[in-house]
Write a new protein. Structure first.
Length: 354
């Protein structure tokens, strides 16, 4: 382990990425679990693990790009959209972990890694993601505070549903069956959201983000247009972004949809209750961990946002035992069942409109 556990705890962010840790009361339900996790060194950085993973991912991306160039102006290049999308999602996972200060205790280095993975390699504004994700981690599934359950293309409560009008009403009525098709648009939407967010950034930060986002578009366009005809390049880009959006959305969808939603007017939950009851884990194998980027350990990730990804599965037995000792439900299910529960919940939300 490259860093001492005590140094790592200073970066632990119970309320979200990018925030300083708030001391937990000695008598809180979370404090004993934090002590146990810290005692086993699970908050120590794994910079070497990430260095290897990032290097392998970059080399694999380079291999796919080389294969695209070698194949040339042919429709066979569409076969490479799948590995390209898979590797882009790995890139997003590394950007996510960098934003949570999981990779290194040096916040400047962490931000550089996040900017390179998100803005330059994916064309997704790191500042937009961080702003949204901080609020999500602080109050998961809270209708008034979590942007992930706010009104958008989809809605997450029946109260939101009954207020829909026109096309939005039809969309909500059918949102469960339309969910996966809509994810095909997410890859392009992420780019749009990122550019829209530029006007909310400070001038210096806005300029850097704009340069990196523009550089991504230029490099991506140059790659495709120097290899393929404009028509093939357009189809390649659309298929690639559709597969990327689908994969990324499928990694995030099982995490909270259909789980507890805090009553906005009720008592404030403590950190342990707020994070455990609103999150769902997905059990599986090493393949599941790889495909979902460790987000299948959603409960552990929400309790310890700066915990390095390879430690999440090691923390799980501690978290499960602690929840059991308190009589607190700990949600865990298989991959298929997690999607079934999420879709069933979306179907129930749209019920009043049917």
């Amino acid at each position: 382990m490259p860093q001492a556990a005590a140094a790592t705890v200073a970066h632990e962010t119970p309320d979200g990425p990018g925030e300083s840790a708030r001391p937990q009361p000695s008598g809180s339900d979370f404090a004993p679990l934090l002590r146990a996790v810290r005692g086993q060194g699970l908050l120590e950085f794994r910079t070497g693990w990430y260095a290897v993973g990032i290097t392998v991912n970059l080399l694999a991306l380079g291999g796919v790009i080389t294969a695209i160039a070698l194949l040339g102006d042919t429709w066979w290049n569409l076969l490479l959209t799948l590995p390209f999308a898979l590797l882009w999602t790995r890139t997003a996972f590394f950007g996510h972990d960098a934003g949570h200060t999981q990779i290194t205790g040096d916040r400047r280095s962490g931000r550089i890694l996040a900017l390179l993975h998100a803005n330059l390699l994916l064309g997704m504004n790191e500042a937009w993601w961080n702003d949204k994700h901080v609020r999500h981690h602080a109050n998961p599934n809270h209708v008034d505070k979590d942007p992930d359950v706010g009104v958008g293309a989809l809605v997450w409560t029946q109260r939101q549903a009954v207020r829909r009008q026109g096309f939005a009403r039809w969309l909500t009525r059918n949102q469960a069956r339309l969910f996966f098709p809509m994810l095909l648009l997410e890859g392009i939407a992420l780019k749009i959201y990122g550019f829209q967010f530029l006007r909310r950034q400070p001038a210096g930060e806005r300029a850097l983000s704009a340069v990196l986002l523009s550089a991504h578009l230029c490099l991506y366009g140059a790659l495709l247009l120097t290899v393929m005809s404009p028509g093939k390049a357009l189809v390649f880009a659309l298929v690639h972004h559709a597969l990327f959006g689908l994969h990324l959305g499928m990694a995030f969808a099982p995490n909270h949809k259909g789980m507890e939603m805090p009553d906005p007017d009720g008592d404030r939950w403590g950190h342990l209750q707020r994070q455990v009851l609103t999150s769902r884990n997905v059990r599986g194998s090493v393949v599941t961990d790889w495909l979902l980027g460790g987000l299948n350990y959603q409960i552990e990730h929400h309790l310890f946002p700066s915990m390095p990804r390879p430690h999440l599965r090691l923390a799980q037995p501690l978290v499960k035992a602690h929840c059991a000792s308190l009589g607190m439900p700990y949600a865990e299910t298989g991959v298929v069942e997690s999607y079934r529960q999420a879709l069933q919940y979306m179907h129930e939300v749209g019920e009043p409109l049917r």
